[in-house]
Ligand binder design. Sequence first.
Ligand code: GTP
Length: 548
Amino acid sequence: MPKTEQLKAQLAELGQAFRKRLEQELPELVRQAEQLQNTEQVEPALQQLQGQLHKLAGSAGTFGHTALGERARELEQLAKHCLADPAAADEARKRLREGLCQLPLLLNQSRPEPQDSQPLESALPDEQGQQHILMLEHDPELARQTSQTLSNFGYQVTILEQADSLITQLDSGQYAALIIDISPEVAGHQALGALQRWQAGRVPPLPVIAISTDSAFAARLEAVRAGARGFFTKPVDLTVLENRLRRSFEVQQDDPFRVLVVDDDQELAERFKAILDNAGMRVETVLDPAQLIKRMNAFQPDVVLMDINMPHYSGIELAQMIRLNDNWLRVPIIYLSAETDTVAQMAALLKAGDDFVSKPISDAALLTTVYARAQRARLVSQALARDSMTGLLKHADIKEQVELEVERALRTQQPVSIAMIDIDHFKSVNDNHGHAVGDTVIRALANLLRQRLRRIDRIGRYGGEEFVAVLPNCAAADAKAILDSIREAFSALQFSSGSKLFQCTFSAGISACEAPDWCLDEPLELADQHLYQAKQQGRNRVIGVSLS
Ligand SMILES: Nc1nc2c(ncn2[C@@H]2O[C@H](COP(=O)(O)OP(=O)(O)OP(=O)(O)O)[C@@H](O)[C@H]2O)c(=O)[nH]1
């Protein structure tokens, strides 16, 4: 079944479960309303009713029962009024009872409209690991240079000279990003309006990099409105452009965003999960708030979606509890609440939390809010934790990963390999072609390692032109085969320096923690010794076992 159909079926099933629940809950509300006349304990009964109506107001609308949700909200206000002003209560209580008695009827009349839940399109690389970039550029020389440089980095580039076919090309859905020349005098500039309209409503928008001769505020504003993630004035530094391009993918393609939904309403939590799952995110739900800390530790979410009103706990208290842990200070917390009172919303945000989304919430609004928060959180933590030039882990972090993975290998008795990789004769690259070209070579190797290794592998920039890769569940012989194939791919890359083309190679040394002895005291030192041997034997090779 196609993904969208699957989601529709899942949402329809959840909608039916929700309806069944209401068929039981609404008569119960009517019964409670009738008891209001006979009980001495009016206040607790009203409080309970108000809480239930509050929940119903948020959830019914989200499941498409708009009229029911709106009526529940009115009755919630009425319950609040009865609680605040006992003197005026008789008449108000009567209206409350009558209103509650109508709710089952409203449910019977309600035919929820399914929302149009678009799957989140992500720019995944093709089978060869290549990302396809579209470039709208009238200047053949700039188009040629960009195409050549980007193909060095492993991208596939299609050049478009005519702006009128831009939207048709984009509609084909094969592109991971667009580079567009929006200089005032060229065709790309005229296509900006169409591009802005095309981007509207896309979640996430297609990454766009704009190039222009004009660096004025108005030009930048137009670019941003068309979804620009980068803006470059001519002459363009193509290595910086590639860096920006890569960063715009990283947030989408690294691990999927992890979202923790804390809501005691099971059907609602499942609905949010289905929509976010369908958009490629990983979602866990916490129905019992007492499990929150345990689940935060195990799941390490990028974003927390937090209901505010739960029995025994408030979402605000739980958000404050999350903030007690230094490691989670950067995790955005989005409150999901039927609370419409802006003063109450601001009070909640002052205590903890970053954003407020009112229930009922449309699928598109949920997706956009979570995506935007998760993306920003990832960018911030990557900027802090990663090497700025390559986007790889920094020296101390990759060393830590080596230790963690060796410990894990010993524990699980699954092998782990550690590779130390160093570009050959790199000093002469700098001397012959300049430092900026040397940087391009470093980034190209980082990019290639990222593309060729698995998601579970960890890669770090250990020193200037030296990298370390940690390959869990991978024996030394397999690691050597993988590194050899990356080595061959790297040696085939053509780098350009002015009008000259040149190639580079690397050498690598591998150590492994594997059967039969498992013991690996100094994995990095051993990998380094093997790297040294590879250099001694003529470079452009991978050594996996000690030859001495
Ligand atoms: N462009 C650039 N160069 C760097 C960077 N970090 C280190 N380098 C240079 O990398 C070069 C490393 O050279 P060496 O360690 O002598 O080794 P090599 O020339 O690569 O030779 P072998 O490793 O023996 O094959 C030095 O010239 C450093 O200045 C960087 O971030 N960018």
